[in-house]
Design a protein. Structure first.
Length: 479
């Protein structure tokens, strides 16, 4: 295990009372909702940011908002840290526990409570998977727009915590643009409701604050989300370019021309080869970079939009233009893209970065990213949401080699700093977690951080919720 990123020291008084705490939690929850044996705690020791791991004190798996509130009230009373957990797909270490913490998992809260098609909304428990919402309303001609690559597994609670996006966020926005309301349990067990089915709510926009809070302001137990009518048609097109720089410049020019496709996804040559070997999607292997551009609407609308995009691509020496000819072919194209992270894991360990840059800087940052990774003697595969500049370079390394792992982390930190210096930010959709926590000072001034921490402390004065995440550990006394 790497020790480059530190955690808060466990609270000795909490560790000393472990047996009592487990016994008290057993009084609040049925046996099947409490995990405390060491062997059974192992699946909860880390998330998708696998370089770091800690065994939690216990794992609570409540089935209702009332049970969540009871656990939170108890932990607040006795000063016990709580780490919220959805499906554990966090790529920034957002759900990694610590030894004195109770992990509060929401996997048993997985019911769709209401489908309200007249108001184009759905009310779901926080443990419902992202994809399950779209599947539940597909027959009625609707879908839920945010679609992270992990949408088969990731949950709405986790999506809200990280303000997740996905391939189609270019047109439809990320989670915050599709979230109407939440039910949330505060750190002392108080239950509040924010927003609802109406388009706007009176008072401060606390819903906007909660979306992206990384489990530090409360525990979201239910969400009201926006449903969108399916378009008349959708058509993905593959564009192959000689280099990543040409592909990046093409993306910038498409957006600058006022054209907003439903998605623009990018893959460089290593990513193309990895994904094609796994999904057999028909990606061209003789190009240096690939764009998947999806347009939607009527046949006439799609033809007109694609005509304009092809004209722009030709100005960037496009080598390949291939429109899908069937729903099956379209599904294969997206299978390759959605499988990118898993397919890469078949050939090497990797760290997936999440910086976002202005589109005008995309080509420059891609070039510099390659130079940074080369400097550390590593390899990189780039696959990301190009339309909104949300980059996901996958830095390949050997997790069993501590020196290789250290080089990968160092390269990743340089890439994230590069994104900020180019006018972007540290994270587009994966969150800060522990991964980017110590880079927050590169993005924000001390005054900026102090204000954010003061807001966090207003919700959680004891810093019990996800305590080692997001903010530098040495700056918290000022909050």
């Amino acid at each position: 295990m790497s020790d480059a990123i530190s955690f808060l020291a466990p609270r000795a008084d909490v560790l000393a009372r472990r047996s009592q705490i487990v016994g008290d939690l057993a009084d609040l929850l049925p046996p099947e909702c409490l995990v405390h044996e060491a062997r059974e705690l192992v699946p909860f020791e880390t998330d998708a940011f696998i370089a770091y791991r800690r065994l939690p004190l216990a794992v609570a798996l409540p089935r209702s908002t009332a049970e969540v509130a009871a656990v939170m009230k108890y932990c607040h009373r006795y000063g016990i840290p709580v780490v919220p957990r959805g499906a554990g797909t966090s790529l920034s270490g957002g759900a990694i526990p610590q030894e004195d913490a109770v992990v509060l998992g929401l996997s048993k809260m997985n019911r769709i409570l209401e489908i309200d098609l007249p108001n184009r909304a759905a009310v779901v428990q926080a443990g419902v998977t992202n994809l399950n919402i779209s599947e539940a309303v597909a027959a009625d001609g609707f879908f839920y727009a945010p679609d992270p690559s992990s949408q088969l597994a990731c949950t709405i609670g986790g999506n809200i915590g990280m303000n997740s996006g996905g391939a189609h966020c270019l047109k439809y926005g990320v989670t915050t643009n599709n979230l109407l309301g939440v039910k949330m349990v505060l750190t002392d067990g108080t239950v509040i409701e924010l927003g609802g089915k109406a388009l706007d709510a009176a008072g401060y926009d606390l819903l906007g604050l909660v979306c992206g809070h990384e489990g530090q302001l409360g525990i979201v137990t239910e969400a009201t989300v926006r449903l969108i009518a399916k378009p008349e048609g959708a058509r993905p097109v593959l564009f192959g370019f000689e280099s990543s720089e040409e592909a990046g410049s093409c993306v910038a020019d498409i957006i600058a021309a006022g054209i907003i496709p439903v998605a623009i996804e990018f893959m460089d040559k290593p990513a193309i080869e990895i994904c094609e070997a796994f999904a057999h999607a028909g990606y061209p292997l003789d190009v240096g970079a690939l764009l998947i551009v999806e347009v939607e609407g009527s046949e006439a609308e799609m033809d007109e939009t694609l005509k304009s995009i092809v004209e722009i691509a030709r100005r960037h020496s496009v080598k390949t233009v291939r429109e899908c000819q069937s729903a099956t072919e379209a599904a294969q194209i997206w299978k390759g893209r959605k499988s990118a992270f898993g397919a890469t894991g078949r050939i090497a360990d990797y760290i997936c970065m999440d910086g976002t840059v202005p589109l005008s800087q995309l080509s420059y940052v891609l070039k510099k990213t390659s130079e940074i990774v080369d400097h550390y003697g590593l390899r990189v595969a780039n696959v990301f949401h190009a339309g909104d500049g949300n980059m996901h370079p996958l830095i390949l390394f050997n997790a069993n080699d501590p020196e290789d792992a250290a080089r990968a982390e160092a390269a990743g930190n340089e890439i994230l700093k590069l994104c900020v210096d180019a006018g972007g930010c540290l994270t587009g959709e994966h969150g800060v977690g522990i991964e980017k926590r110590d880079l927050m000072r590169h993005q924000y001034s001390e005054a900026d951080l102090a204000q954010q921490m003061a807001v966090r402390a207003a919700f959680d004065p004891g810093w019990l919720l996800n305590p080692s995440k997001v903010f530098p550990l040495d700056g918290r006394s000022a909050a």
